[in-house]
Design a protein around this ligand. Structure first.
Ligand SMILES: O=C(O)[C@H]1O[C@H](OP(=O)(O)OP(=O)(O)OC[C@H]2O[C@@H](n3ccc(=O)[nH]c3=O)[C@H](O)[C@@H]2O)[C@H](O)[C@@H](O)[C@H]1O
Length: 451
């Protein structure tokens, strides 16, 4: 704003100056010019003298103008630098120091990981787990308001208390992502920033294109050019199986029938990452998460919003499939997913390229991270009622055509074989932990809000 006003003033100054010059060099009232009676010689001399006088005046004015312009320009650049320094939320010596400190590795053979979406549900858990075992972690998150940003801020505070620094920025911002790679030679990227949610795609389709397509490509562009290139592990989704009816879902099953735009953008992500692996030698691992739940979770997900409504005495809507068949999900507890993420990072293998040039084949992998025990939505509600000690007001309706699929069920043998992935938390146990966290975070005591 300051810059804008100054530019306007500058234009006014420039407009005014030639007028003032004209006023000085030429009579503004030519009709009042009197014929001189003192002879041609005198007149000629006088004209020559005037001519010299006006040339030197012009010269002086020109000098003055040049000096004025030069001083304006240097002032402007001072203002630019100053305002960038004072208003930018990133950059500067102190910022770089924070990034480098956070990325420092504290165990032998450890990694330095850029975690995108670090203030998100899975991102915050993975960041903390990496930090706790001695890896370097830097977070990147845009803190958007898809759901209550205060929850993201609370996760950020938690991470900061464990010395994880989170940079506030968007994966679409080429400058900030490049700057991070200029500051730290990240060995790995855990890419979890995304527009999540299956049904929200009906409301805001472009947000999925922005984050899950454009943001992904932007991140890959920076990674491909980095030297050394990092290995990338990123969040795909169980939703890519779409209308697949073969159960359990295996990584070799078809994924070309997405039921939602969310699923389509995740599937596109799998294809996009494949091209970066193929052309630039980036090591890529895509993880298909199956309805991840747990403490510090996402308020837009069913288990979370059901809990909120049940506690507030509000009705919940339970979707049912055709012929009143209950919907089912392979709900997967966050701690199991975190172990899967770390296993995928540890086994990812190196990227082969450098500075945008491929030097050989690099791993390209895709894994299911599920629980292998699908549970119906009414059963989920029953477990919540038990833990909350409150009966839900249920409103059963037929599943609208909103992108939902009837069931999900993961075959996890590939992840088990390659990095020992073995989920150990059933829905009863996981929801108990979630409810305990929820009541404490939102200030409930014996099922009643405190204060
Ligand atoms: O595995 C994934 O890849 C995805 O998992 C998650 O999607 P979903 O499996 O759809 O989870 P979630 O919304 O909790 O709905 C659960 C069940 O409750 C039903 N459901 C939902 C809302 C409601 O009001 N009523 C209802 O019956 C609903 O019909 C469904 O049967 C992530 O959100 C998504 O980002 C992605 O990661």
């Amino acid at each position: 704003m300051i810059k804008f006003l100054e530019r306007e003033n500058h234009n006014q100054t420039q407009k005014r100056m030639p007028l003032q010059l004209e006023d000085e060099l030429f009579p503004s009232t030519p009709g009042k010019f009197k014929v001189d009676q003192r002879g041609a010689h005198y007149f000629m001399n006088r004209q020559i003298h005037r001519c010299f006088a006006s040339t030197s005046t012009m010269f002086l004015w020109a000098l003055f103008l040049i000096a004025l312009t030069a001083s304006y320009l240097s002032f402007q650049s001072f203002v630019d630098t100053g305002s960038k320094y004072f208003t930018a939320s990133w950059g500067g010596i102190q910022w770089e120091k924070q990034v480098r400190t956070s990325a420092q590795i504290h165990r032998s053979g450890g990694m330095s990981v850029l975690v995108t979406g670090a203030a998100g549900f899975v991102g915050s858990h993975v960041s903390l787990a990496l930090k706790k075992r001695g890896d370097g972690v830097v977070g990147l998150d845009n803190f958007n308001n898809y759901y209550d940003p205060s929850l993201k801020r609370a996760r950020k505070n938690l991470l900061e208390s464990h010395d994880v620094f989170i940079v506030e920025g968007d994966i679409n911002d080429f400058k900030i992502v490049s700057k991070l790679f200029d500051t730290v030679a990240f060995t790995h990227v855990m890419h979890l920033a995304a527009q999540a949610g299956v049904r929200y795609a009906l409301e805001n389709p472009m947000s999925y294109v922005h984050s899950n397509i454009a943001g992904l490509v932007n991140l890959l562009e920076v990674c491909k050019a980095a030297n050394p290139q990092p290995s990338i592990v990123w969040a795909s989704s169980s939703s890519v199986y779409g209308l697949n009816e073969k159960s359990p879902f295996s990584e070799l099953d078809r994924t070309d029938q997405p039921a939602s735009l969310y699923a389509a953008t995740k599937k596109a992500g799998e294809e996009i990452t494949h091209t970066y692996n193929h052309i630039y030698g980036l090591s890529i691992t895509g993880l298909r998460f199956f309805t991840v739940y747990g403490p510090w979770g996402r308020p837009d997900m069913a288990y979370f919003s059901f809990t909120r409504n049940i506690l507030q005495g509000k009705p919940i809507t339970i979707y049912r499939g055709k012929n009143k068949v209950d919907l089912a999900r392979d709900f997967t507890y966050i701690d199991d997913v975190v172990k899967g993420c770390l296993g995928a990072l540890d086994s990812s293998g190196k990227s082969t390229g450098s500075g945008g040039k491929k030097r050989g084949a690099a791993p390209y992998r895709i894994y299911n991270l599920g629980n292998t025990q699908p549970v119906t939505v009414p059963t989920l509600v029953g477990i919540l009622e038990k833990h909350l000690k409150v009966k839900a007001k249920k409103n059963m309706i037929e599943m609208p055509g909103n992108g939902d699929v009837p069931f999900t069920h993961a075959n996890i043998s590939l992840a088990r074989k390659d990095f020992g992935y073995k989920p150990t938390t059933d829905l009863q146990t996981g929801l108990k932990k979630f409810v305990r966290w929820y009541l404490s975070y939102y200030g409930y005591n014996n099922g009643k809000p405190v204060n």
